[in-house]
Design a protein around this ligand. Structure first.
Ligand code: SF4
Length: 371
């Protein structure tokens, strides 16, 4: 599932909170409310609701846990969220508790029936949808769902008309790399608030031959960094935190403004809750650290050793451990885990050679991120 957990448009630091402390609170909670999906496709196979997913009562109880965690955003993701008949109750409860909520549903024909004005009234701030090609043909082929380009583009336009913040998520692989320039042009035309770009990780919905190697990934990120300069929206990445390093190397003024907020990574400002209530450091790091049915989300986030380890750049292995960019990058923990089975291992795709060496005391971008 491509995710959308870097909504700088609702960035706490941009609202006068100069020290958002990721040791104490996650900035983003991504909650996979359901995996039900009627349309099927590359990312989400067709399936019904899991009978063990959180019940309405458990979901409403979880909202209280989310409130206690004081995130800047609760991103409710799916699955086809319209498959949850209690969605409005959940949204209303979140709104009444003052949570800022975004929705990231998987596309299905049901999207065409969604009343975005009503969602806005229920406090939804952001609509996040996946678009992997600049035309119906290229997107539908990549997603493996005929008709989904139409459902998505119509929904983006309608959501924007109702005043929702819009995030478009695009995954690139060898298969759709030729779509990069046309996608940049489409993004300029659609003018979302955020364009979130990612690459598949090992063992995700792509064949190994579709994945970028280190050189290709670096070239891709440089092209993205260049394209960003011509776009008015924010450009973020998921599971490719090296983009921050590449952007800094290009002296990107936007990134320089707010480094700490942009250092979010698995377990560091981010926590993921599955449809079964399992608590994980991120959507692409499948390590269960507890379950909201019996554990407190905030307690796990603050104290579980997996989370604590992920927030300590010094524990990262290989060159990620001594890289001068590790506090704002840290590598993709999901890629490290998917490749090696070790969530603290060096990100195998990054080709950057750190200037520092282990424990040589070289200045680090950490000074911008640590209290
Ligand atoms: S070596 Fe690791 S921390 Fe440094 S830029 Fe590469 S992935 Fe990021």
């Amino acid at each position: 599932m491509p995710i959308s957990y870097l909504p700088q448009s609702v960035n706490p630091l941009s609202e006068g909170n100069p020290r958002f402390d990721f040791e104490r609170h996650p900035s983003i909670i991504v909650w996979e409310l359901t995996r039900a999906c009627s349309s099927g496709g590359r990312i989400f196979p067709r399936r019904k609701r899991d009978s063990f997913e959180l019940s309405t009562r458990e979901a409403l109880r979880f909202i209280e846990q989310a409130v206690a965690a004081r995130p800047s955003l609760l991103m409710i993701a799916g699955g086809d969220l319209t498959e949850r008949p209690d969605l409005n109750d959940i949204l209303g409860t979140a709104f009444n508790h003052g949570l800022r909520v975004g929705l990231h549903p998987v596309a299905s024909p049901n999207l065409l029936k969604v009343d975005f004005a009503a969602l806005k009234q229920l406090g939804v701030m952001q609509l996040s949808l996946d678009l992997h090609g600049s035309t119906a043909e290229s997107h539908d082929h990549f997603a493996g769902v005929e008709g989904s380009w139409e459902w998505i583009t119509q929904s983006l336009v309608r959501g924007k008309q109702e005043g929702l913040q819009i995030q478009i998520n695009t995954v690139f692989t060898h298969q759709n790399l030729g779509e990069f320039e046309p996608m940049v042009q489409l993004i300029a035309k659609l003018a979302p608030d955020v364009w979130n770009v990612s690459q598949y990780l090992p063992r995700e919905a792509a064949k190994p031959s579709e994945l970028f190697n280190g050189t290709e990934s670096e070239a891709f990120l440089k092209a993205l960094s260049k394209a960003k300069l011509g776009l008015t929206c924010e450009v973020t990445t998921s599971d490719t935190p090296q983009f921050r390093r590449v952007s800094l190397q290009n002296s990107d003024p936007d990134l320089m403004k707010n480094l700490a907020a942009k250092s979010i990574n698995d377990g560091r400002g981010l926590v993921f809750v599955t449809h079964l209530g399992e608590i994980r450091p991120g959507p692409h790091l499948p390590i269960n650290t507890g379950n909201v049915r019996e554990s407190k989300l905030l307690d796990i986030y603050r104290n579980n050793q997996v989370f604590r380890g992920l927030r300590n750049p010094a524990l990262l292995k290989g060159k990620c451990g001594y890289c001068e960019y590790n506090s704002i990058c840290g590598g993709s923990r999901g890629r490290a885990y998917g490749t090696t089975g070790d969530y603290l291992a060096q990100d195998p795709v990054c080709i950057y050679e750190p200037k520092s060496r282990p424990n040589d005391g070289t200045d680090s971008w950490r000074m911008y991120c640590d209290d």
